[in-house]
Design a binder for this molecule. Structure first.
Ligand SMILES: NC(=O)c1ccc[n+]([C@@H]2O[C@H](COP(=O)([O-])OP(=O)(O)OC[C@H]3O[C@@H](n4cnc5c(N)ncnc54)[C@H](O)[C@@H]3O)[C@@H](O)[C@H]2O)c1
Ligand SMILES: O=C(O)C(=O)C[C@@H](O)[C@H](O)[C@H](O)COP(=O)(O)O
Ligand SMILES: [Zn+2]
Length: 365
C-alpha cells in the first residue's frame, strides 16, 4: 500500500501504529496467530462499519461477534462494561481470543478497559475512527471509565497489540468532532513539537479538513509526540530530569475534565481541553512561569480553528471541587501541567488560590 506509514511503539510490549487508507487487510497480522474468537466493539453510529469488519473477519475463518455500545461518553459507564463482559462470557472468550475496537476515544477507552479486565487481560487492536482517537486515545494503553464522581476515575493501563488509523474513516466525521480532535494535536504542539503550531497557524483550513496532506502530517507528528512520551513513562510515574513524563499529555486536562463533568459530558472533550489549556497558560503567566506572547498564542491558535478559549458555564466553586479528583492531585494539593516556554512542560503544585481565581477570571465570560 503506497500511502502506508508505520510508527513503532517500543517498550516491554512493543506494537505498531499504522496510518493510511484501506487498512482492513492489516488486521489479521495485528491480531496475531492463535486467535479464534474476535469481539468487534463499536458505537451505534458505526454499526455498518463494525458489521463490515465483523463480516470480513468471519469470512477469514474467525468466530467474530459484534458488540454495539452507546455513542460518546454514554459508553464509558459501568453497565456498558458489564454488558460487554456478559457477551464475552456467553461466547466463551478465552485468553487467546481478541477484542477489536472501532470508533472514537470513548470506544477505545471502553473497549480497551473491557480487554484489560476480561480474564485479567486479552489482546486488543484499536481501529480509531476520529482524529482524537488516532492521535491520542488509541495509543499508549490508557483506558478509562467515568463514575458519578468524575471523569476516567476507573481504568487500567493496557497496551494494544496494534493500532490501525484508517484516514478514510475521517471523511464521515462531523466537522465539530474533527475540530475537537485538533485540540489534542495543538496540545502536542505546545508540549513538545512547535512545528505543529506553525502548520495549524499557516493552514487552518487544511488542518480542519479530512484528506489533506496537512492533516496527515499533523496526525503523524502528534503520534510521534504521544509515542515518545508513553515509551519513556508508560504508567505515569514521572519523567527524567524535571520533565513531567506522561503527565505532560494531561496539559489542559485538569480544568478540561472538570468542565466535562460539570457540563454532564455534553461538552466535547477537545473543546473542554482547549479552554483548559487557555486557563493553564494564564495560570503559568500569572505565576511568572510563562511569557505573555506564548500565553496569548494559545488563544489565537485555538480561536483560528474554532475551538473555545472562554467559559461561561459552571461556577468556579463547582469546577474547583471537580478538579480535586484529578489523578495528578496529591492529598489536598492540586497539580497542574504548565509550560515554561514552548515544548517546556513542567508541574505547578499547590498554586495560591488567588492565582487560580485570577486565571479563571481571564477565561470567564
Ligand atoms: N485513553 C486516552 O489516552 C485518551 C486520550 C484522549 C481522549 N480520550 C477520551 O476519548 C473520548 C473522546 O473521544 P472522541 O473525541 O473520539 O469522541 P467519541 O468517541 O465520543 O466520538 C464522537 C462521536 O463521533 C462518532 N463517530 C466516531 N467515529 C466516527 C466517524 N468516522 N464518522 C462519524 N461519526 C463517528 C461517535 O459515535 C460519537 O458519537 C473522551 O472520553 C476522552 O476522555 C482518551
Ligand atoms: O495519554 C495520556 O496520558 C493523556 O493524558 C492523554 C489525554 O489526552 C487523555 O484525555 C487521557 O484520557 C486523560 O487521562 P487521565 O489520566 O487524566 O484520565
Ligand atoms: Zn485528552
Amino acid at each position: 500500500m503506497s500511502d502506508l506509514s508505520t510508527l513503532h511503539v517500543g517498550g516491554a510490549a512493543p506494537y505498531d501504529v499504522k496510518v493510511g487508507t484501506g487498512l482492513l487487510g492489516e488486521l489479521p497480522a495485528m491480531l496475531g496467530a492463535g486467535v479464534q474468537r474476535v469481539a468487534v466493539i463499536h458505537p451505534r453510529a458505526l454499526a455498518a462499519t463494525g458489521e463490515a469488519i465483523r463480516e470480513d473477519l468471519a469470512q477469514q475463518g474467525y468466530d467474530a461477534h459484534g458488540i454495539e455500545i452507546p455513542d460518546g461518553e454514554e459508553a464509558k459507564l459501568a453497565p456498558v462494561a458489564s454488558f460487554c463482559w456478559q457477551v464475552l462470557g456467553q461466547t466463551g472468550f478465552t485468553r487467546s481470543d481478541a477484542v477489536v475496537t472501532v470508533g472514537g476515544g470513548s470506544t477505545t477507552d471502553m473497549g480497551g478497559f473491557v480487554a484489560a479486565t476480561w480474564l485479567r487481560g486479552v489482546r486488543v487492536v484499536h481501529m480509531p475512527t476520529t482524529l482524537l482517537g488516532m492521535v491520542d486515545a488509541a495509543v499508549g494503553g490508557k483506558t478509562g471509565m467515568n463514575t458519578t464522581e468524575g471523569k476516567n476515575l476507573v481504568g487500567a493501563f493496557h497496551e494494544p497489540a496494534g493500532v490501525l488509523c484508517d484516514l478514510a474513516t475521517l471523511e464521515t466525521l462531523p466537522r465539530n468532532e474533527l475540530v475537537s480532535g485538533l485540540a489534542e494535536v495543538i496540545k502536542c504542539g505546545f508540549i513538545a513539537d512547535p512545528l505543529i503550531l506553525d502548520l495549524v497557524e499557516q493552514y487552518p483550513e487544511a488542518a480542519t479538513t479530512a484528506g489533506t496532506d496537512v492533516l496527515r502530517e499533523l496526525i503523524e507528528r502528534s503520534l510521534a509526540v504521544k509515542i515518545g512520551v508513553v515509551v519513556d513513562d508508560l504508567k505515569e510515574t514521572g519523567g527524567a530530569a524535571g520533565h513531567p513524563g506522561r503527565e505532560a499529555l494531561n496539559y489542559g486536562h485538569t480544568l478540561g475534565h472538570a468542565i466535562e463533568r460539570v457540563e454532564r459530558y455534553k461538552f466535547r472533550h477537545g473543546a473542554a481541553v482547549a479552554i483548559g489549556m487557555t486557563f493553564v497558560a494564564e495560570l503559568a503567566r500569572l505565576a511568572g512561569r510563562l511569557d505573555e506572547a506564548t500565553a496569548e498564542r494559545h488563544r489565537s491558535i485555538l480561536d483560528r480553528v474554532g475551538l473555545p478559549t472562554t467559559y461561561g458555564g459552571g461556577s468556579w466553586g463547582q469546577l474547583h471541587e471537580a478538579m480535586k479528583v484529578d489523578k495528578k492531585t496529591r492529598g489536598d494539593q492540586l497539580r497542574f501541567v504548565v509550560l515554561e516556554g514552548l515544548a517546556k512542560p513542567a508541574v505547578l503544585q499547590g498554586p495560591d488560590p488567588a492565582l487560580l481565581t485570577a486565571a479563571f477570571a481571564e477565561i470567564s465570560r
